[in-house]
Design a protein around this ligand. Structure first.
Ligand code: SF4
Length: 386
């Protein structure tokens, strides 16, 4: 008999499963709370469930954690775990503490098929989607492991924010992502508000529209370029969903979003996308004269973490500051991401895990150098030039 992984269910799914065992919904709620709020795996511990139900569960279900291959702790408190997801694949999760906030960066796929040029995961290729249970196992493990440590003694909750920014494009694993998000938001689960759960996407437009309908959590969009010609190079998905379509989806998403702005992530690449002209083109792109009119947004500039296969370099601090100054002067809230966990390769774009590539992304990225798209100050926002 197949053993069911209870981490695969949101509350409605668990209620349906329990109904199949002849149990009422309130039993599913109790079970759900034991698993997610108290971190229990052993059904014998769940003393408010009838003995007969515990016996049934023990014979056909489990709470299946992911085996931990390694754990690294940075001097700044960042913790990175590498989890085994089978068949030679491993994914990473990173916990980033900051004041009274604890953010967990969660992976959604073993590898990624999008193949962004500056992304270490993208260079590894793609193996497979994670299941809902594998996505949630990262949160379940991190929350309940950290809660048991002296640094978090007495805390009701250690992880206050989840960002789907680990390995993978979450919106290309939509059917597993949505139940996982529901468990994060559920008051009987992790009870996080929609503002504190962020899905980061490279711009899978149809799925952005579906997320708006199904679970409109906070949205971060990996933008990285103000022009289609350059974004085609950096984020190949742009060839399918170019900037005007992406920005249109952002506008629509804002109708249901828990925040009144979209966060645009922008990785600063030396000599590629980091000039003041690029910054001015960004202002045009998201401003009233842009392809879809003004898009309320914030910019998060990310200093690139170089890795040899990328052939790219990090912009200098001065370049990043000058770029930020143009955006701020143009009226956009702009932050520069602090690099955290640098000493354990846990910074953005460095999550590599291990991937048995089933695609040719890695090969393609290794063969083709980045084509630099130059831009002059009078270049219209919809055009670039080689
Ligand atoms: S940046 Fe995100 S979408 Fe792009 S390759 Fe990396 S994981 Fe995939």
């Amino acid at each position: 008999m197949t053993v069911v992984n209870l981490l695969d269910f949101d509350l409605d799914g668990l209620a349906a499963y329990c109904e199949g065992l002849g149990e009422k919904r309130f039993r599913a709620v109790q079970l759900f709370r034991w698993i997610h709020q108290r971190g229990a795996r052993d059904f014998e511990q769940m003393t408010d469930l009838a003995k007969s139900l515990r016996a049934k569960l023990a014979s056909q279900a489990e709470v299946r954690p992911l085996p931990v291959l390694s754990e690294h702790r940075s001097s700044d408190g960042t913790v990175k775990w590498l989890f085994d997801v089978g068949a030679g694949n491993a994914v990473e999760s990173v916990f980033i503490p900051e004041g009274d906030r604890g953010t967990l960066c969660v992976s959604s796929q073993a590898g990624c098929a999008v193949g962004c040029r500056f992304c270490s995961t993208g260079h590894q290729g793609f193996s497979r989607n994670l299941s809902t249970g594998e996505i949630l196992a990262q949160l379940w493990f991190a929350e309940h492991t950290l809660r048991g440590e002296p640094a978090h003694a007495g805390a009701d909750r250690v992880i206050t924010n989840v960002v789907m920014m680990g390995m993978g494009e979450p919106l290309q694993n939509y059917s597993a992502l949505v139940p996982a998000l529901r468990v994060m938001l559920d008051d009987h689960g992790y009870g996080l508000s929609r503002r504190r759960v962020t899905v980061s996407t490279s711009g899978v437009v149809p799925m952005m529209d579906r997320l708006r309908e199904d679970v409109p959590v906070a949205l971060a969009v990996s933008l990285h370029a103000p022009l289609d010609a350059l974004r085609d190079e950096l984020v190949p998905l742009n060839r399918k969903y170019p900037l005007h379509e992406l920005l249109g989806a952002c506008q629509r998403y804002l109708e249901a979003a828990p925040r009144d702005f979209i966060t645009f992530e922008y990785c600063m690449l030396d000599g590629v996308n980091d000039t003041e002209a690029h910054a001015r083109a960004l202002l045009k792109l998201v401003g009233a004269a842009g392809p879809v009119g003004r898009v309320p947004c914030k910019f998060n500039l990310i200093p690139f973490n170089p890795f040899p296969a990328s052939g790219l370099l990090r912009s200098s601090d001065e370049r990043v500051q000058a770029f930020a100054a143009v955006l701020i002067e143009g009226g956009l809230v702009t932050t520069v991401r602090k690099t955290r966990g640098d000493d354990i390769d846990a910074a953005c774009g460095q999550l590599a895990g291990e991937v048995q590539d089933r695609t040719r992304v890695h090969e393609r990225l290794t063969r083709a150098p980045v084509r630099v798209v130059r831009i002059s100050s009078d270049t219209p926002a919809s055009l670039g030039q080689d």
